[in-house]
Design a binder for this molecule. Sequence first.
Ligand code: 6FA
Ligand code: ABL
Length: 536
Amino acid sequence: IPYDYIVVGGGAGGLIAADRLSEAGKKVLLLERGGPSLGATGGTYQPTWLKGTNFTKFDVPGLFETMFSDGNPFWWCKDVNVFAGCLLGGGTAINGALYWFPTYMDFSSAAGWPASWNNHGPYTAKLKAKLPGSDHPSTDGKRYLEQTYNVAAQLLNSQGYTNITINDNPDFKDHAYGYSTFAFANGKRAGTITPYYTTAVARPNLTYKQYTMVLNVVRNGSQILGVKTNDTSLGPNGVIPLTSKGRVVLSAGSFGTPRILFRSGIGPSDMINLVKNDANAGPNLPPQSDWINLPVGYNVSDNPSINLVFTHPSVDAYENWAQVWTNPRPADAAQYIKDQSGVLAQASPRLNFWRAYSSPDQRTRYLQGTVRPGAASVTTVYPYNASQIMTITAYLSTGITSRGRIGIDAALTARPLVNPWFVDPVDKTVLIQGLNDIVAGVKNVPGLTMITPDNTTTITDYVNNYDPGSLNSNHWVGSCSIGIVVDENLLVKGTKNLHIIDASVIPSLPVGNPSGTIMSMAEQGVAKVLALAGGP
Ligand code: 6FA
Ligand code: ABL
């Protein structure tokens, strides 16, 4: 104490920031509100069949679908009303771990990036060296439970798609498909935890505190002096100071970072007034004359996603993943424990595909598909064989124009205030087109039947009547967009030493599930912060 850098949040962005700052020799404090995840980080939450091993729910890829069906889901942030991981690794500890190296579009000026960000190559290379990812995560190099891959590949081949190794060709995202690729290593979840946390926490100049929640930054006008936490053992009133040249890096995620800003008197006045009215948080606000008016929480996007459910006689739906926690197939459990190979070494997705669409408004929009055994829900008039179900999830991504707003309510729970899906009707038109194109290929695959929607429902009606909350893809970006809330060095406008390195700074959705792009952004962002003059 005091610290050169205080990094708030140990998720996708925060662990990369903490690792690179400590690698540069800075005195770093990393604060995470949650507890351990992987067994190697002290995690212990495991099903009976894994007793005697060091593998937790978070380690074993095949347990991914049980994140949504557990009676005691302690890993979700209880004060964020969409899914968000509140434990070491953040989203990367609990997500599906689909992992794509960014495309040139993801950091282009057209996507909202300053020109100084366009060349992501060197930073993606640093990421790749730490976390190569794998499209065959089983340690024996074999692929398992591939029936849904084969069925979808037949459909896509009939429509002129090309089969590629997706991360070898990141910029090939039109009529392209390949094996799902994951942020796993050695048959286990890695995320940013294994490659970055492990090296960061081993350094004597990095201090890690878990179960420590940052409430607000402490500031004198534009100068950040430190952070206030919920742990009074860490300093007077829980306040931890920075050195005079020090910086705070907020990496609390698309919902967590805006809330810290609001509680620090930074953001739109309607949000700060909610804080002011809170008996605990209000007294910690700076005087109103020091509030910094920024559009924190606006410009938010998330992929609208729609599930189509099918059956095919070749498909093994793997009991819809319902048995893997309490009663996995014995041979698969034994194989996983023996050498982290087999079905359980991979999360549920099997194939991903992309297609570009030009639209009535002259923009190009991209559709992503994810194919997996099982289904989150089935609504159908057809009789069907539940052991043969599979899902294609269609996401609309790059090019999307709809934006929403996130913020807090009177209880200071973080939540969407204006949903970001289909605000622009053209986004909906394009997604419907994409779904119709998928459906048009069904007849080319003998035995393939779409059961949701069934033949009593058109695709247009299906989309129009879709439960809006179910459109959520958990890919929130943009609440502190670069150029709007932070400058090109990720410095919060109006402050001297407050930075943000997480999904919230990304101004528009990347072409795929976003974690790879967030990680590349973090590599580039922390390099820019370290290069600034006048820092520690
Ligand atoms: N992205 C992908 O690329 N592929 C996927 O397959 C994928 N799947 C999912 C998924 O299945 C679910 C259920 C969810 C919720 C997300 C998925 N994502 C996927 C999205 C991806 O995980 C997120 O986009 C990514 O993790 C966001 O990275 P950030 O760095 O912005 O934020 P995190 O949530 O990872 O980390 C924030 C950390 O800050 C957490 O550890 C949290 O506990 C901590 N924190 C929050 N507030 C704090 C506070 N006040 N004080 C201290 N710590 C705080
Ligand atoms: C993602 O990027 C999404 O954020 C997740 O929603 C998705 O997982 C994973 N990747 C894997 O594709 C889905 C599960 O497969 C569903 O069973 C679950 O209902 C859904 O997340 C909940 O959002």
